[in-house]
Write a protein that binds this ligand. Structure first.
Ligand code: HEC
Length: 425
């Protein structure tokens, strides 16, 4: 008996010793996770409120970090893990979550300084680790009034290229995040006769050819796979389409865009459009302009978008956009052989995060396929983001109106460009 007890005590002591040595430390176990999965946003000058790079910065937040990762609120990510693999997926693995939890439970120890990994390399003010090849600023500093509601404003900058140019990465950065609700840069065509002054009034001019980049919390920087790029033609204009929300005091903003030219031969152009050239309600096709308002208190109001695929395409990314009442969105494809496949499912859409889901292996979709987007809106009091459940919702650009904007980025396989990159000219 005495012997048995001694064995138990000895075993227990051994376990405790082993556990202590295995306790995660900041320098060895936590910093690598934060650098890989969080630092992109949690560094000075970026969208998160606090940097999470050094022990001193992280320590006061450790309880909040444990909670936010355990509840999977951070990093923000809303795609159903059952469908699709995405190259910008920053979700933590179960093991990483356990490591963070164990570390916080152990009192968030620092560990040995010599275990500290090198700081991740970022370019100050931009998301990619080299500075842009070209920075395009809005043509003026915009004054944003203190109060009221502003219509969308448009400012134009002439494309400074004399030849067709391909860009492998683009980033749109608000000058003043307090007032920029979201922004878009489109490539637009403007009649020659227009006075340059007219391009500085905020009014809308010309015709949008395509969207170059959209910016909103969680989104605004995109880099394409080698050999695929977005096209910018000489003679066109960058249209800065700005949505400002007054903050209570007068503010100014001068948003800018960074452009990284393609360094490789480009074989395909990336096209950004909506996967909803046809819209259906209860099986009936409806013109976008004739969409009925969403009734008061409706808690699961459906809408369906269809994109027919006449040629073989390759899809690079999908990005659902709705407003306060957006509830869920799912993109699926019906192949010519009748098979159905879900490409992206966002079961709990969150308007505060506009994420672009970029495929790790871009799916090839054969001609004759039909892409279907199914979305629902919750205009009931159960939706905590709903400002007015007792009122019907009108379609429109303001957050309290609704939108059905299932973005898709793809290229048409047969349009093989083999364009020469700018850098090689
Ligand atoms: C895409 C950008 C982004 C990434 C990646 C990101 N965060 Fe955040 N985080 C934010 C923003 C913006 C806020 C403030 C707004 C909010 O709370 O939603 C925030 C808030 C927080 C907060 C405080 C509020 C809360 O929810 O408790 C914690 C803690 C946090 N993040 C931890 C992390 C950790 C840990 C990671 C990585 C595992 C991470 N974040 C990754 C953008 C990001």
């Amino acid at each position: 008996m005495k012997f048995l007890l001694a064995t138990i005590i000895w075993t227990a002591a051994l376990c405790t010793a082993a556990d202590t040595s295995a306790k995660p430390t900041f320098t060895k176990d936590i910093a690598p996770i934060l650098y890989e999965r969080c630092a992109h946003c949690h560094r000075s000058g970026d969208i998160a409120p606090m940097p999470l790079l050094t022990y001193e910065q992280v320590r006061p937040w450790s309880a909040a970090i444990k909670q936010s990762v355990a509840q999977r609120r951070m990093p923000p990510w809303f795609a159903d893990p059952h469908y699709g693999k995405f190259r910008n997926d920053r979700r933590l693995t179960e093991t990483q979550i356990a490591t963070v939890t164990d570390w916080v439970n152990a009192g968030s120890p620092k560990g040995d300084d010599k275990d500290m990994p090198p700081l991740p390399s970022f370019t100050e003010g931009w998301s990619f680790n080299r500075p842009p090849d070209l920075i395009i600023e809005m043509p003026l500093e915009v004054k944003v009034q203190a109060k009221g509601v502003l219509d969308l404003q448009n400012y134009y900058v002439k494309v400074p290229f004399t030849e067709e140019t391909f860009v492998e990465a683009v980033e749109l950065r608000p000058g003043n995040r307090r007032v920029v609700h979201h922004s878009i840069v489109n490539i637009a065509e403007i009649p020659e006769a227009l006075e340059p002054k007219a391009l500085l009034t905020g009014e809308k001019h010309g015709r949008i050819l395509w969207k170059l980049i959209g910016q909103a919390p969680g989104k605004g920087a995109e880099s394409h796979l080698p050999g695929v790029a977005k096209r910018i033609m000489p003679g066109t204009y960058f249209e800065f389409n700005m949505h400002y929300t007054p903050t209570g005091k007068e503010e100014t903003d001068r948003t800018k865009m960074g452009i990284w030219f393609s360094k490789e031969k480009i074989h395909h152009e990336v096209i950004t459009t909506l996967a909803a050239s046809e819209i259906y309600r209860e099986g009936k096709q409806i013109a976008r302009a004739d969409l009925p308002n969403i009734p008061a208190n409706a808690d699961n109001w459906p809408i369906v978008g269809i994109m027919r695929v006449p040629d073989d395409i390759t899809i690079y990314s999908l990005s659902p956009h709705m407003h306060f009442r957006g509830k869920d969105m799912q993109y699926s494809v019906k192949y010519p052989d009748g098979r159905d496949e879900v490409l992206l499912n966002v079961p709990k859409y969150n308007y505060e995060w506009q994420l672009n889901y970029e495929f790790a292996t871009p799916p090839k979709i054969p001609a004759g396929s039909v892409i279907t987007v199914r979305a629902h809106y919750d205009n009931s009091p159960n939706n905590p983001k709903n400002p007015t459940p007792d009122q019907e919702v009108v379609w429109g650009q303001q957050s309290w109106n609704e939108m059905f904007v299932p973005w898709i980025e793809y290229s048409v396989d047969k349009n093989n460009l083999l364009a020469t990159p700018r850098a090689a000219r």
